[in-house]
Design a protein around this ligand. Sequence first.
Ligand SMILES: CC(C)(COP(=O)(O)OP(=O)(O)OC[C@H]1O[C@@H](n2cnc3c(N)ncnc32)[C@H](O)[C@@H]1OP(=O)(O)O)[C@@H](O)C(=O)NCCC(=O)NCCS
Length: 184
Amino acid sequence: MFKSSPMNLLDVTISTVRLLLVPTSLDIKEECFKEFDKEVTVFMAPVPAKTIADTEEFVNTSRRNMAEGKELVCAIFNKDTKEFLGHAGLHHIDTMTPELGVWIKKSAHGMHYGSEAMQALKKWADEHVDYEYILYPVAAVNVASRKIPESLGGKVIREYEKANGAGKKMSWVDYRIYKKEFGI
Ligand SMILES: CC(C)(COP(=O)(O)OP(=O)(O)OC[C@H]1O[C@@H](n2cnc3c(N)ncnc32)[C@H](O)[C@@H]1OP(=O)(O)O)[C@@H](O)C(=O)NCCC(=O)NCCS
């Protein structure tokens, strides 16, 4: 829920030290289609797009949801080079328990870009969204991803079994990140 009157999420731009987060658009569809592959999604619920039309549908649905104030889905760019790096989302903004999600293309792993993008979206949420806690579900073995909610003061509140998008059963944990534990 927005703190004040609803804003047009398609106008939001978030700048960090190294990154630029802008509402996703069809401009990045080719790179997104190429980079969001089987390896990147191995610990994720979504599956890679089968065709570029699937990527277009993802972008169009995200933009429709942004226009309706339901979620902020940003393409992540290197601020200096404008290179596309991945996606960062704050979903279910129209509830009291929004959810953070992120993926970074393989060639840009190891730079803490995912963490930087998530810290920025959490800060944006604290400024603009009235929420009880932010949910961060993650496969238990996804160490790089677990570091993100942990750096934001998140606490594990649930452990369970679930299949990833490809149908492989694995252990998952849900982190809850509360505003009062905001530690950056
Ligand atoms: C999760 C993800 C976004 C993290 O991106 P990032 O913040 O840029 O992460 P980095 O690659 O810089 O790694 C961050 C830390 O995890 C560590 N790490 C990375 N892969 C690891 C692995 N397989 N095992 C253990 N540690 C690992 C890094 O060494 C680094 O450690 P440090 O903080 O002590 O320096 C990125 O790995 C990703 O896009 N993965 C695929 C999609 C995905 O799983 N998304 C999350 C779904 S919940």
